[in-house]
Design a protein around this ligand. Structure first.
Ligand code: MN
Length: 427
């Protein structure tokens, strides 16, 4: 962690330039007549994105893994990493945990550490896509949708255990991503597999505490490449509607086939009041887990445009959405990647807040396609970086989080403390 004075000193070289560009942008926005700089900054400051515990170490691929040094080995070291991120950007106040990778051994100590850093555990994620040592039954042929009753029972129990761990730490969201599916035609009976998944999810849902949300994630392929039991948002939605009001669909940006119109899926789910959570990442081909917004910033903006539009529409009754990053790769320093992801998310959100919504609606009603598109472009092409930096600064963070992280040599300090070969639990 850095001292307040250190953050202040790290900001000093950038302050004059920041003040100049922020004032200039503020004048531009005032002349446009939409939301002003102060209003957008206030909205950005309220926006928090949860950090996944599994993104704090370098991820592996099936070809190899290249640890970068100083990775967090334990839950308390993972919390310390997120505390540093939150100190730098003021926008990362929550952590998503993965069970069994993050089972807490000393709950009281974890809660104390979280409170001291101003952090919370927002969600727990079950893992029935791997076999763990000492686990009686194998998930090789599926978990919640397995043909074998004792495998399904074990998978259900694991999900109940996750919820129990989450309750100890104050979480309110349980996320289920099901790897179940088939690699070959004829391997699995589609309807029966769906029914078994639905029955297992019902057992989990019935054990869900009254103030919790169950998020049902979907994915079109991988690890099964012929069919997945929950391949798309329609299947997730049908499952959630059959379970009850506390079940919501989770949209992972990487869990779509290339060129899918994700912003329309977002709008549709909000119309049904069933958009419960987001897993942010960047995708060019599939579940690439690239930095959020790195390859398709316009798509990210269009998604936020729908989120802002729904939030401002009294006719939409969608519960609060849990925003989480879900990415893990093996090239960048993971903490720099998370700072960049969060920066791209806030940038897209700021641009969406600048859309002249009454004018857009009028253009849509008048079927003026060119004007409607221009209104979106006006917002997207606005350089909002001064607004995002100002949100960081007002939150006690760094004007340029990645630069501050580097200048303060935080990776070297972590490597010194934890060792060059420290490897994080997870993927
Ligand atoms: Mn995900």
């Amino acid at each position: 962690m850095l001292s307040t004075q250190q953050v202040h000193d790290l900001n000093a070289p950038f302050t004059a330039d920041h003040d100049f560009t922020l004032a200039h942008l503020g004048e531009q926005l005032d002349r446009r007549g939409g939301p002003g700089a102060a209003e957008v900054v206030a909205q950005l400051r309220r926006f928090q994105v949860a950090v996944p515990s599994w993104a704090l170490g370098t991820g592996g691929t099936r070809f190899g893994r290249f640890p970068g040094g100083g990775e967090p080995r334990t839950l308390d070291e993972k919390i310390a990493d997120v505390a540093l991120l939150h100190q730098l950007n003021g926008s990362s106040d929550a952590i998503s945990l993965h069970i069994p990778w993050d089972i807490p051994t000393d709950v009281a100590a974890v809660r104390q550490q979280l409170a001291a850093a101003g952090l919370r555990i927002d969600s727990v994620n079950s893992n029935t896509f791997q076999d763990q040592p000492d686990q009686p039954a194998s998930y090789k042929f599926g978990s919640l949708a397995s043909t074998e009753a004792h495998v399904r029972a074990q998978a259900v129990q694991h999900n109940l255990d996750c919820i129990a761990y989450g309750q100890q730490l104050g979480a309110r969201v349980h996320t289920v991503w099901l790897a179940d599916g088939a690699n070959f035609p004829g391997q699995q009976h589609f309807r029966r597999a769906y029914q078994r998944a639905q029955e297992s999810l019902t057992a989990i849902y019935e054990a869900l505490p009254a103030d919790w949300t169950l998020l049902v994630e979907y994915k079109p392929y991988e690890p099964n490449f012929y069919s997945m039991v929950i391949p798309d948002w329609g299947t997730s939605l049908a499952l959630c509607q059959s379970l009850g009001q506390q079940a919501q669909v989770l949209v992972d940006l990487g869990h779509h086939l290339p060129n899918t119109n994700i912003e329309q899926i977002v709008a549709r789910l909000q119309h049904f009041g069933r958009l419960g959570g987001f897993h942010f990442n960047g995708s060019l081909y599939g579940d690439d887990d690239l930095t959020t917004g790195s390859t398709k910033p316009f798509q990210l903006f269009l998604i936020f445009n729908e989120l802002v539009d729904s939030a401002q529409d009294a006719a939409v009754h969608n519960p609060a959405v849990a925003y989480m990053i879900d990415a893990s790769h093996n090239t960048k320093d993971p903490l720099e990647d998370l700072l960049q992801s969060t920066d791209n998310i806030l940038t897209a959100y700021a641009k969406a807040l600048l859309v002249n919504r009454p004018a857009l609606q009028a253009a849509q009603e008048a079927n003026d396609a060119a004007l409607a598109e221009d209104l979106l472009r006006d917002a997207f092409l606005t350089d909002v970086r001064p607004l995002v930096a100002e949100a960081y600064r007002q939150g006690g963070g760094a004007l340029r989080p990645v630069a501050a992280y580097r200048q303060a040599a935080q990776r070297a300090a972590l490597t010194q403390q934890r060792g060059r070969r420290a490897v994080s639990t997870g993927l």
